[in-house]
Write a protein that binds this ligand. Structure first.
Ligand code: UDP
Length: 477
């Protein structure tokens, strides 16, 4: 221990949701590719998914299993992932249950003594647990540098309290650009200013950010330099932009034999012309009501564009299918459109040359995947920090246009009409504006590729982080 060559051990503790776990798997693979040991702390439910993604990794990524004590908060024992908490009430309980994981984390740290803990933003208490063992705790938010700055400035200055209605606009203070918002686009616990479980978790998260060792960002410096600098130099939080995390894994052997590639949609895309298909998917959680799905279906058909549309419907029984599709829809769109019910190989789809546009909920992973594929976006934020990411895409990077979503909502209600959806789809797929956005997006994709190469910004940031952790380790021997 404590010598320059001793192998550093990084423990990674993601929140129990796909959007949080996926980038952490890539982060773990990245650490092991640099000769470090990595262990992902996760549930028995998510372990097989992670196993599948790491099984062919050249060096092993370890998994340590924990159990979310859901019974203690009145949830079923098997409700071990956020997507299984299907109502806002269940979600609150689920967050509460994850707050009870401290003893299990402590036991892991006690037994395994890693040199650093990378824990999710939703585990603010992990900072104190790590400090008991004298190890640095890094936070992983899984979002953009832009939205980290915006969230922190909203927390520090509360500009929404200065407007008198939910639709009156205000600017987020102390940001590099003039970013305009309305209260409607804010999470309910910020908008109403009422203290509840979510607002407490949010406050604790922001305070933990100040006390932690720093923040790891799945983004790259060249995408948002003003915000990367602002976060550290003005807002005072140390951060390492080390993404896009999955790119260096992309070309790896394991992905070449992935079953994703055999998905029928890839063969379907192979038969299409470049930039002729729009991809529509709203992440791993979003679950639109039938009336909204119907509006999407109408828009896709009337836009005349070819499409792949991923629909995550629960209770997907046969009788209900017609409720969200216009009469005879599937017959009419045969050959022109593909509906994927369930999980789609998104990275593969987005990077296929036939895909020319993406209708997205602006989850950060999806956003970054589109950036790296050089694909313009029609932005349709729903909840979480997605309304901030929309601003980054449409206003700062100018690689997308909004469909006109106006209200943050935990449950995706019917809010956008087919005309507006059709208009946005057309704007990102055809014409001069689409071409300009596509060119800009391609420019960012190229920058992303360079950032992760030897000598690139993300590569250098990761080196700097590893060196720092090594000196921390030596200093604490
Ligand atoms: N994803 C996928 N197939 C799907 C839906 C989602 O591969 O059918 C992946 C997507 O590529 C991304 C992640 O799941 O990596 C979703 O993360 P994001 O931050 O975009 O949204 P969230 O699910 O957290 O709302």
């Amino acid at each position: 221990m404590g010598t320059k060559n001793h192998q550093l051990h990084i423990a990674l503790f993601p929140f129990m949701a796909q959007g949080h776990i996926i980038p952490v798997i890539d982060m773990a693979k990245l650490f092991v590719s640099r000769g470090l040991k990595a262990t992902i702390i996760t549930t028995a439910l998510d372990a097989p998914f992670i196993h599948k993604k790491i099984e062919n990794s050249t060096s092993p990524v370890h998994i340590f299993t924990i159990e979310v004590p859901t019974l203690e908060v009145g949830l079923p024992e098997n409700c071990q992932s956020l997507h299984l908490a299907t109502s806002p009430e269940m979600q609150i309980k689920f967050f509460k249950a994850t707050g009870l994981l401290e003893p299990q984390l402590e036991q892991f740290l006690q037994q395994n003594r890693p040199n650093c803990l990378v824990a999710d933003m939703f585990f603010p208490w992990a900072t104190d647990v790590a400090s008991k063992f004298g190890i640095p705790r890094l936070i992983f938010h899984g979002t953009s540098g832009f939205s980290l700055c915006a969230t922190l400035c909203m927390f520090l200055y509360n500009p929404s309290l200065q407007v008198s209605s939910d639709s009156e606009t205000f600017f987020i203070p102390n940001l590099p650009d003039e970013i305009e918002l309305t209260r409607k686009k804010l999470p309910d616990f910020i908008r109403d200013g009422v203290e509840n479980d979510f607002s407490r978790l949010y406050d604790e998260g922001k305070k933990a950010e100040e006390r932690s060792y720093g923040v790891l960002v799945n983004s790259f410096y060249e995408l948002e330099p003003a915000y990367a600098d602002h976060y550290t130099n003005v807002l005072g939080i140390k951060a390492w932009h080390i993404g896009p995390l999955w790119i260096r894994n992309e070309g790896a052997k394991e992905d070449k034999v992935s079953i994703d590639e055999q998905h029928e949609c890839i063969k379907w895309l192979d038969s299409k012309k470049p930039n002729s298909v729009v991809y529509v998917c709203f992440g791993s959680l979003s679950n639109f009501v039938d009336a909204q799905l119907l509006e999407i279906a109408k828009a896709l058909e009337s836009s005349g564009q070819q499409f792949i549309w991923v629909v995550k419907k629960q209770n997907n029984d046969q009788e209900n299918q017609q409720d969200w599709l216009p009469e005879g829809f599937e017959k009419r769109i045969e050959g022109k459109g593909l509906i994927i019910r369930g999980w789609a190989p998104q990275v593969k789809i987005l990077s296929h040359e036939a895909v020319g546009g993406f209708v997205t909920h602006c989850g950060w992973n999806s956003t970054l995947e589109a950036v790296c594929a050089g694909v313009p976006m029609a932005t349709w934020p729903v909840f979480a920090e997605q309304f901030y990411n929309e601003k980054l895409i449409t206003q700062v990077l100018r690689i997308g246009v909004g469909v006109g979503a106006k209200e943050w909502s935990r449950v995706a209600v019917e809010s956008v009409k087919s005309d507006a959806i059709e208009k946005a789809v057309t704007r990102i797929m055809v014409g001069e504006e689409a071409e300009e956005m596509r060119n800009r997006a391609r420019g960012y994709a190229e920058m992303a590729r360079r950032a992760v190469e030897v000598g690139g910004s993300s590569h250098a940031n990761l080196n700097a982080l590893i060196e720092e952790l090594r000196s921390h380790d030596i200093a604490h021997e």
